[in-house]
Design a protein around this ligand. Structure first.
Ligand code: NAP
Length: 235
């Protein structure tokens, strides 16, 4: 498949789980994928999977808590590739599930930093390149928890809600351009995050992220595209 041939995509949280599946899916359509996360070994495994579908990747190990590094991503991509066509902001952290008054300061800072602040950095760092692309696409991964608050999930749900608001605002700001910006709620998936949240659950009862990833790739395709929407995964 070559729909995304010669396009450059950036996928965060690509060392495992949903981000790895999305990166491979975009590569399957011909994109060169810049994959980021902290775990070098995980990025290398994703790189192997991308090669196996006949495409190429650039590994960019980084910590999304490091705002100064995030601010350099756009300029670095411009220097290296001269373009960025697709951003999939997928990385996220659950934090500790606990009553709101018991959330520790360090945990709060981590969840806010990864789930919310990092997205602001990515938008300001990569926004100009995405606007310059002929069919720029940005997809931000969210969760149904935003619509359905639940005891002990406050930090996760609140930060995803904040991210959603920022993304919808940005989408409105770029409405008249070629850039299409959407939110995607994948539903439940068999990943490390899900196992952490639901340790008693039989993983075999939960769909793997590879089943859902094509729906994110569909939002990254050129041509007529949705904009400013919250897209919920269909089974
Ligand atoms: P996961 O398996 O825990 O993967 C999370 C990814 O984020 C990893 O690649 C991790 O890489 C990266 N990450 C976390 N903290 C980071 C940091 N400080 N710097 C850089 N990268 C960081 O989770 P997942 O289930 O695939 O989740 C992917 C997305 O789907 C998240 O936004 C999540 O909220 C959303 N989601 C998941 C489910 C589900 O059922 N799994 C449901 C709804 C929404 P490193 O640890 O290597 O840095």
């Amino acid at each position: 498949m070559t729909t995304l041939k010669d396009r450059v995509a950036l996928v965060t949280g690509a060392s495992r789980g949903f981000g790895a599946a999305i990166a491979v899916e975009l590569a399957r359509h011909g994109a060169h994928v810049v994959i980021t996360a902290r775990t070098q070994g995980g990025l290398e495994a994703t790189d192997d999977a991308i090669r196996a579908v006949g495409s190429t990747a650039t590994l960019l190990p980084l910590d999304l808590m490091d705002g100064a590094t995030l601010d350099q991503i756009g300029p670095s991509l411009h220097a290296r590739f001269g373009r960025l066509d697709i951003l999939v902001s997928n990385a996220g952290v659950l934090g500790r599930l606990t009553p709101a008054p018991h959330i520790l300061s360090a945990d709060w800072a981590q969840v806010v930093g990864v789930n919310m602040t990092a997205n602001w950095h990515l938008i300001r760092s990569c926004g100009q390149l995405l606007l310059a692309a002929t069919a720029g696409r940005a997809v931000f991964i969210t969760t149904g928890r935003v619509q359905r608050p639940k005891a002990y999930w406050g930090a996760y749900g609140a930060t995803k809600a904040g991210m959603e608001h920022l993304v919808r605002t940005w989408a409105d700001e770029v409405r008249s351009t070629n850039l299409r910006v959407n939110l995607f709620d994948p539903g439940i998936m068999r990943t490390a995050m899900r196992a952490d949240a639901m340790p008693g659950e039989d993983p075999a009862t939960v769909p793997p992220p590879t089943e859902v990833a094509p729906q994110v790739a569909a939002l990254c395709m050129p041509g007529e595209q949705r904009h400013g929407e919250l897209v919920v995964a269909c089974a």
